[in-house]
Design a protein around this ligand. Structure first.
Ligand code: SAM
Length: 220
């Protein structure tokens, strides 16, 4: 399959990660998949069909976990975002959930409860995570304008993705749900190789322009 974008460190494919398989041989999966809350996802960028089911998330995770030659599927490291409202027991997982504290300016959620869901969970699983021992609550504020600014309903801050990648096992990183390329951009900034897949041509194009702009900013 011909990549949609490629540079020294980053490869991005346009299409479905369920049919494009090049990413499955990466060493570590760091991804922000559909959350299965599409019906609630009302944003300025329209209806988000891709977010209505968790099937694609579970199928992609199964593809990655079965891609290793190590026998035990849970020996393959991953960090995967998930909505605290949709924690399904079907996800094979052996590790530590991190909390992303998004700050006080976001989180509408279920108005019947007197708490706003201004956090998300990140399941970190498998071996090889390393680095200085720090809090499992990652405090990276999300601007209430982030979705409008990035043209995507669920953009992740580059600083947050860098925090994950800095402690990730060595090797190539895969993000099969690349969106506007936050994981890829953070990987590039840290000099890590990464391979992404994105279904939506508009998001993929935005990812490419961010990667190109970042190369200019970094003087690459
Ligand atoms: C939660 S968003 C990722 C946002 C990204 N982390 C960012 O910061 O921009 C999930 C992405 O998965 C994409 N997607 C959904 N189904 C897909 C599939 N089968 N293959 C590849 N991408 C898919 C959606 O278009 C969406 O951009």
């Amino acid at each position: 399959m011909t990549p949609y974008y490629q540079d020294d460190l980053i490869t991005l494919y346009l299409g479905s990660c369920l049919t494009i398989t090049e990413w499955t041989s990466a060493d570590v999966l760091i991804t922000d998949p559909p959350y299965g809350v599409g019906g609630n996802l009302t944003t300025t960028t329209g209806t988000h069909e891709w977010d209505k089911t968790l099937d694609v998330r579970d199928q992609a995770l199964a593809m990655f976990l079965s891609g290793g030659a190590r026998g035990d599927e849970l020996e393959r490291p991953y960090a995967m975002f998930a909505s605290p409202r949709r924690l399904d027991g079907a996800v094979p997982y052996r590790g530590l959930p991190l909390v992303w504290d998004k700050g006080d300016s976001v989180g509408m959620g279920d108005t019947r409860f007197p708490w706003r869901p201004n956090y998300e969970l990140i399941y970190v699983s498998g071996p090889g995570w390393e680095g200085r021992r720090t809090s499992s609550v990652l405090r990276v504020p999300l601007s209430s304008k982030a979705a409008t600014q990035e043209g995507h309903p669920t953009p992740k801050p580059i600083g947050l993705m860098r925090m994950l990648i800095e402690k990730a096992p060595p090797g190539v990183i895969a993000d099969p749900f690349a969106g506007t390329g936050s994981t890829l951009l953070a990987a590039k900034q840290l000099g890590r190789r990464a391979i992404g897949v994105e279904l939506d041509p508009t998001y993929a194009a935005h990812a490419v322009s961010r990667l190109a702009q970042d190369a200019l900013d970094l003087g690459i």
